[in-house]
Design a protein around this ligand. Structure first.
Ligand SMILES: Nc1ncnc2c1ncn2[C@@H]1O[C@H](COP(=O)(O)OP(=O)(O)O)[C@@H](O)[C@H]1O
Ligand SMILES: [Mg+2]
Length: 437
């Protein structure tokens, strides 16, 4: 997977309300193209690609037609996972940070795509399963893994921990800080070691139950908050006295829907929530535009400094790495295929089109001590080769090369032992947690 953000578009089935009001289907798709037909047949003014009168055409990395089961190109949860989930697992195993976020109008299928239903799980539960399938398939006793999860929501621009308290009302009072190396993070967010997929799925279910939901006219269990489920996946190996350790953070983001106050019938608290949701989604749009512009100017060989307004909302601030930073990111734009949602769908498709231009800077997250040990060992090998090539170097001046070699060997040995001790402790702790369940 390259560092460019991968963008997928998914169309859900017509809702009961859309069927009742006899709304026509206004979308069509191939595996990489979406065509949106203007119900009023207006001449096209936007979109990317060839334009037919009143039809806009867009291309994406993946297009999922989940509207009609009987269609030969129908995209099931399985299909979505086979493409996107597999990419996430591959990146996690290699030690890259990975993110997947669902964006779209309220009721367009974001939560369905990310979480799914008990009968037909979505991307997140399938990913939990796949990560542990990977862990359980490992036969090498020198390889070990550690998985931790945290789950937060952003509600009215405040951050709450979905896993902190069970059965109590969630407090949205966590502070966001910035670490020069890690970037923005939530202070005091609880993190939970999980030793099998059931433990991970249990945590996810606890968080989902706590998640603030409220009824609106458009979607009976509409999510009023942005939710970020994070899996920290560490992969370590200790072979021939050489430690290797990489960590991947997988951010799985279920955004609250974009709203039109009139269509959702919102008033009072619901209206306030809606305006905060819109504020952060506008900020997300601005960040996406700024990053797309930056990537385009860089690709054109111009290195103009551009400002990215991450700080405009809590959402964009916390997703700084997922957007334009150290992460391999997938965005799934979910849309309604119905004629009555034409303008919302068009706006989602345009949004998603812009996201395609973002290029991130993902790197393998290697443990700092492990990197140091690797560098020391390379230096030791270089000094040894130097001594073999010119044995006199050991003697002059004052045996500097031999001394340096001995010092590096001692340090490498010390760091390796420290690392192995720490890793063993962590391993035993995760096993203990596993046994206690
Ligand atoms: N691809 C899909 N296949 C079947 N049902 C879907 C699909 N996408 C959404 N739905 C249904 O549509 C409704 C709204 O979806 P939801 O995921 O809650 O929307 P959002 O999270 O975008 O507000 C739910 O009843 C959901 O089960
Ligand atoms: Mg939702």
């Amino acid at each position: 997977m390259s560092n460019a953000v991968k963008v997928a578009v998914r169309a859900r089935p017509l809702s009961d309300r859309e069927i009742k009001t006899d709304s026509k289907i206004t979308l069509s798709m191939t595996s990489s193209t979406v065509r949106l037909h203007d119900p009023k047949g207006r001449a096209s003014t936007g979109g990317a690609g060839p334009v037919v009168q009143g039809t806009k055409s867009f291309t994406y990395d993946y297009c999922y037609w989940s509207t009609q089961h009987h269609d030969c190109n129908f995209a099931s949860q399985d299909k979505v996972f086979a493409d996107l989930g597999t990419l996430l697992v591959e990146n996690a195993v290699k030690g890259y940070n990975a993110s997947a976020m669902a964006y779209g109008q309220t009721g367009s299928g974001k939560t369905y795509t990310m979480m799914g239903t008990e009968a037909d799980p979505g991307l997140v539960p399938r990913l939990c399963q796949a990560l542990f399938d990977h862990i359980n398939a490992n036969q090498d006793p020198k390889v070990s893994f550690r998985t931790e999860v945290s789950y937060m929501e952003i509600y009215n621009e405040h951050v709450g921990d979905l896993l902190a308290v069970s059965g109590k009302k969630i407090q949205h009072n966590l502070r966001v800080r910035e670490d020069p190396r890690r970037g923005p993070y939530v202070q005091g967010l609880s993190s939970h070691v999980v030793s099998d997929q059931n433990a991970m799925l249990d945590r996810m279910a606890v968080g989902n139950a706590v998640r603030t939901t409220a009824s609106t006219l458009m979607n009976d269990t509409s999510s009023r908050s942005h939710a970020i489920f994070t899996i920290k996946f560490t992969n370590a190996c200790f072979s021939a006295d050489r430690p290797q350790e990489t960590t991947s953070r997988i951010n799985l983001v279920d955004l609250a829907g974009s709203e039109r106050a009139k269509a959702t019938g919102a008033t009072g608290t619901r209206l306030k929530e809606g305006s905060q949701i819109n504020k952060s989604l506008v900020a997300l749009g601005n960040v996406i535009s700024a990053l797309a512009h930056k990537s385009q100017t860089e690709a054109a060989g111009k290195s103009k400094k551009t400002f990215t307004p991450y700080r405009d909302s809590m959402l964009t601030w916390l997703l700084k790495d997922s957007l334009g930073g150290n992460s391999r990111t997938i965005m799934v734009a979910t849309v309604s295929p119905a004629e009555c949602n034409y303008s919302e769908t068009l706006s989602t498709l345009r949004y998603a089109s812009r996201a395609k231009d973002i290029v991130n800077k993902a790197v393998v997250n290697e443990d700092a001590n492990v990197r140091l040990i690797r560098e020391l060992r390379a230096e030791i090998a270089r000094l040894k080769a130097l001594l073999v090539a010119s044995p006199n170097a050991a003697l002059s001046p004052n045996g500097v090369v031999s001394q340096e070699l001995a010092k590096n060997e001692r340090l490498a040995e010390q760091l390796t032992q420290q690392w192995a001790g720490r890793w063993e402790e962590i391993r035993q702790l995760s096993q203990y947690v596993g046994e206690r369940r």
